[in-house]
Design a protein around this ligand. Sequence first.
Ligand code: HEM
Length: 508
Amino acid sequence: MESLSWVVLATVISLLMFKLLNHPPGRKKLPPGPRPWPLIGNLNLMGPLPHQSLHELSQTYGKLMYLKFGSTPVVVASSPEMAKEFLRTHDRIFASRPTTAAGKHTAYNYQNITWAPYGPYWSQGRKLFFNELFSSSRLASSEYIRVEERQAFLSGLHARSGDPVVLRDHIVYMNLSVISRIVLGRKYFSKSTDEKEIMTFDEFKEMLDELFLLLGVLNVGDWIPWLGFLDLQGYVKRMKALFKTFDRFYDHVLAEHRARMDAEGEGFVAKDMVDVLLKLTEDPNLEVKLDNECVKALIQDLIAGGIDTSSKTLEWAMSELIKQPLLMKKATDELDRVIGRDRWVQETDHPNLPFIDSVLKETMRLHPVVVFLAPHFATQDCKVAGYDILKNTTVFINTWSMGRDSDTWADPFSFRPERFMGSSIDVKGNHFELLPFGSGRRICPGYSLGLKILRTTLGNLLHGFNWSLPGNMKIEDVDMEEEFGLTTYRKSPLVVVPEARLATHLYK
Ligand code: HEM
């Protein structure tokens, strides 16, 4: 009996020792993750496509992982349940952004909405965007711009019937034209150097490409702050150079708008977002005062947020469809049945085109262009799924990984839009398995505009043209390799040949 007591006592002491060694009192219980190296942490595990590296790691460490990027704590959520914890259950705590060199140098010192910390400036800006741009009535009043630019886009493709086209360039041109006219009042770029404008379309596109690359890079100084001053990769130098080009452009736009404001005096009526914002710089009743720098930063948000995301999503959708002619046929059958051959798809047609909608959802499942959402940031300590997430932790929601999770999706690697037919899953942040626009307080404020552009552009690309691959290229030759950035896109641009499907007068 006595010896049994000793055995029990020894077991209890061993168990206590084990627990204490693993979780001493006061020591935090962090989510599982790979052991970090001194100085670099786990940065050595990040390949050129970090979302894929983190997906691989999540297969070992689970749907909630803890890593160190340099000296910075990072948590990665890779399942709908974990995403919900950060974006709904503890939304307020994780609604801020980390401070990065990109936010500092390209966004006027965190004065746009995307990089602004959670607080009154950010919330005032979002309200402004909703009231002045994204409310149903504002979206209805800017519809004529989208219709005009879409018509120009379809005419441009018609003119190239039978020729190989780099689809991406045409879509970006249309999106840039739409956003410029809604936000800036007109296009400030020309198609060629012959026209007198501050820059050409190609120069503008170059500027945007550089912006998106720099917003997505793993900049060493962000993760190992004391090394920041060395700018080892040269990214900060590039950010500063890019900032100067953007700033010159915005100065030009603001000067033109201010001149009209001064000339019209009392009778001045705001015609675009820049007018609205400039008028607000004179409003003494704003909760947080706006100055010229804020105006430029807020314009930057709309230019950056509105163009690349939808262009890249559409390029992925067309790439998937060109690889599956049967799906393309199913889509055109729906269009012929619902729209008919004597008109284009309009924004109001969307509820009647469930297959086109399913193609878009399936595209956003397999190719969510903002793979990690924008990084979220813990403003206080918090418990998530029984683990401690410490204040100042950066949070990545890996939507790319979530779209490939066999616990959530049957046959996750196949592009099968039919899975969404009759399904109640939407993309507006209510269903955590599909989060192309995020969810919660930081959900993309431009999602309704983005969806309008996506739905009608994809509908009309398929309605207006038959698509084939150039020369002897075969379906198997269409690779789906990715390039990482704040938006993740096809490494090689999709080149396809349009052939008109509708009567010629419709393209005029
Ligand atoms: C296909 C189209 C689009 C996609 C996939 C998309 C996706 C996203 C995502 C994932 C975020 C980050 C959400 C988060 O941090 O949790 C975001 C934020 C944002 N988007 Fe979009 N977006 C699109 C269109 C637009 C448009 C058209 C605009 C404006 C013209 C826009 C402006 C913004 C802004 C300003 C933010 C920052 C919001 C904040 O930090 O509070 N986006 N978007």
